[in-house]
Design a protein around this ligand. Structure first.
Ligand code: 5GP
Length: 206
């Protein structure tokens, strides 16, 4: 997604530990127009997948999952990192190891918001080691839902997440893939020119 690449080159900063800081438009302040375009791009790429629900993880996945949800016209569910007082005690839970914080935490989704047979699209901001997505896939599996795809805003292709998902047969679409950071420069993977793109049906709002 060229628009996103250009923005990352303009405003992204490479930190120690192979962390890309994009908090001026993705992780803290959010560029709402860009987020809407990202949602539209996910819709184009998965429009053939008959998605019933979008599943993400708080906090940074929510904005992009919501923008996709508007285009798909389906509900968005986010896994909570802390099961709060007003959450139903009937929950599915998964374990996630945080790449950026180097800690483990539990994520929870109320059972009433994920049903057996629902076709779920998982969306997140980054894919690194794949732990967040695997935690969400575990929750979807507990519910008997079907993971029809995983949509990622920024994949760090030099980390093992995408390989793990491909080995599990998951349909993965990353809007940009970073191949490496070289002296704080961001090297993107070239998109394959003849890549088959799904066509857009039934949406006239963007
Ligand atoms: P994974 O679970 O795939 O190892 O890491 C994905 C999660 O870690 C994402 O939800 C994201 O919040 C965070 N993350 C991983 N790498 C980066 C990065 O380079 N920059 C930022 N801002 N977040 C990252």
């Amino acid at each position: 997604m060229e628009l996103l690449k250009q923005r990352i080159l303009q405003d992204g900063k490479v930190l120690q530990g192979d962390i890309l800081k994009v908090d001026s438009f993705i992780n803290h302040q959010i560029d709402s127009k860009l987020a809407f375009e990202i949602g539209h791009e996910f819709y184009k790429r998965f429009s053939d997948a008959h998605i019933d629900k979008i599943l993400t993880i708080e906090t940074s996945g929510i904005a992009f999952a919501l923008c996709a949800g508007i285009h798909f016209d389906v509900p968005v569910v986010f896994a909570k990192k802390q099961a709060g007082g007003n959450m139903s005690p009937e929950v599915y839970q998964g374990k996630v190891h945080s790449y950026t914080k180097q800690t483990d935490y539990t994520i929870s989704v109320s059972r009433c918001f994920l049903r057996a047979g629902e076709r779920v699209l998982i969306i997140d901001d980054f894919l690194a080691n794949g732990q967040a997505v695997l935690g969400l896939m575990d929750i979807a599996e507990q519910a008997g839902a079907v993971v029809s795809g995983v949509g990622i805003v920024i994949e760090k292709g030099f980390q093992p997440g995408s390989q793990i998902l491909h080995s599990l047969g998951v349909r993965l679409e990353s809007l940009v893939v970073i191949d490496s950071f070289q002296d704080k420069n961001i090297i993107f993977r070239e998109e394959r020119k003849n890549e088959k793109k799904s066509t857009l049906h039934g949406f006239s709002g963007a």
